[in-house]
Ligand binder design. Structure first.
Ligand SMILES: Nc1nc2c(c(=O)[nH]1)N[C@H]1C(S)=C(S)[C@@H](COP(=O)(O)O)O[C@H]1N2
Ligand SMILES: [Mo]
Length: 172
């Protein structure tokens, strides 16, 4: 990893896992969001208030094709709710990446431009339901429609970080 990327990630907005700690009374556990140390908690109630989107996906895995129905809020809506992206500044978000980490340390990256309504507007969700049944609280899963391989469908998400892939976009 380059020093520049490390620096960018150090200043990342963190959306930390709906999850790891489990939470009480059916809560999915806190999601923490915070640029440069600032951490914002999103509760499972906050997530539940966002509209749920249903997706049927089929992807390749190391053990054959996997197909399922998933449902949950749009990752974009979650990031906006968390204050991790500024929906009014598409030019500023063009350089941003999303780094998603699972409880086992598995990592996959997306671009904000893939999910921003100003750009591709892809319906990536943070699923809390699979095949009509709620996922175990604290075990949210990223679902990326039309991905051929399941590699970006991170299970047991514990952290979502939004970071700039470059240190600066020139002003104009
Ligand atoms: N946390 C976590 N999520 C993960 C992985 C992983 O190792 N850890 N593997 C990915 C890969 S490479 C694939 S193909 C799919 C497999 O999904 P499945 O096990 O539900 O079929 O999960 C993805 N999500
Ligand atoms: Mo995979």
């Amino acid at each position: 990893m380059t020093g520049r990327l490390v620096a960018a990630l150090a200043g990342a907005v963190l959306l930390s896992g709906a999850l790891a700690s489990g939470g009480s009374a059916g809560a999915a556990g806190p999601v923490f969001v915070g640029p440069t140390g600032r951490q914002i908690a999103l509760t499972s109630d906050d997530l539940a208030k966002l509209p749920s989107v249903r997706l049927h996906v089929s992807f390749l895995t190391e053990h054959g094709t996997s197909s399922a129905d998933f449902a949950g809020p749009l990752l974009w809506d979650v990031l906006v709710r968390a204050g991790a992206v500024d929906p009014g500044k598409p030019r500023g978000t063009a350089r941003e990446i999303i780094v998603v980490t699972g409880a086992d340390g598995y990592i996959a990256a997306l671009a904000i431009g893939e999910i921003s309504p100003a750009f591709e507007d892809k319906q990536v969700i943070l699923a809390d339901e699979m095949d009509g049944k709620p996922l175990t609280p604290g075990h949210l899963r990223i679902v990326v429609p039309l991905d051929r391989h399941g590699g970006r469908s991170v299970r047991d998400v514990v952290r979502i970080a939004v970071a700039a892939a470059a240190t600066k976009t020139p002003d104009r």
